[in-house]
Design a protein around this ligand. Structure first.
Ligand code: ZN
Length: 196
């Protein structure tokens, strides 16, 4: 497999609704390791599979963003939010929209179920930054990015920067650094079929 890289908006993988993972292979573990490495390199606290152009319902989190704190690493496979409480507004950023920040309303506390890398189902209740990060990452698995969740008046202020990302990506496609959108979508569909 080609080396993974973090893709930026408007790469079509970021608008893809990811598919559940059925089994945990050695390749998947390798992918998860690579995702942590890329996340640390970019100084992020969370990374969804869509962000490395893989259509899998999986994301990784380390709220410390510090590779020397591996005990803070969490892998969420096929996550489902089962309970929500309260609302909290806070600033978010995204490794697929570097240097873009905006306020987003999220549930203050969430309970979710997910599988870990050993295939064990677990349930966890989270609040504060952890709850925000997890909701942000689960959105990625649905093809939703944080500006979609911003109030219109505030999002409009980011439109020029978002348009710049669009321009850069189309130039990269013209230079052959990325395939066309259709080719990318075909590849994502192929990866999904390989999950079966
Ligand atoms: Zn993000």
């Amino acid at each position: 497999m080609a080396a993974l890289q973090i893709v930026h908006y408007p790469h079509p993988a970021l608008r893809w609704k990811s598919k559940p993972i059925k089994s945990i292979s050695p390749e998947l573990r390798e992918t998860v390791n690579n995702m942590f490495d890329l996340m640390y390199e970019a100084r992020g606290i969370g990374l969804a599979a869509n962000q490395v152009a893989l259509p899998y319902r999986l994301f990784v989190i380390n709220l410390t963003s510090d590779p020397n704190e591996p005990e803070e690493e969490f892998v969420f496979i096929n996550p489902e939010i089962t309970k929500r409480k309260g609302t909290a507004e806070g600033e978010e950023g995204c490794l697929s929209l570097p240097l873009l920040y905006g306020d987003v309303k999220r549930s203050e506390e969430i309970t979710l179920e997910a599988y870990d890398l050993d295939g064990q189902l677990f349930e966890i209740t989270l609040d504060d930054l952890a709850a925000r990060a997890v909701q942000h990452e689960i959105d990625h698995l649905e093809g939703i990015m944080f500006p979609d969740r911003m109030v219109e008046a505030k999002r409009i202020e980011l439109d020029a920067q978002i348009a710049d990302f669009e321009t850069v990506f189309r130039q990269q496609q013209q230079r052959g650094e990325f395939p066309s959108d259709d080719e990318i979508r075909e590849h994502l569909a192929q990866l999904e079929r390989e999950l079966d």
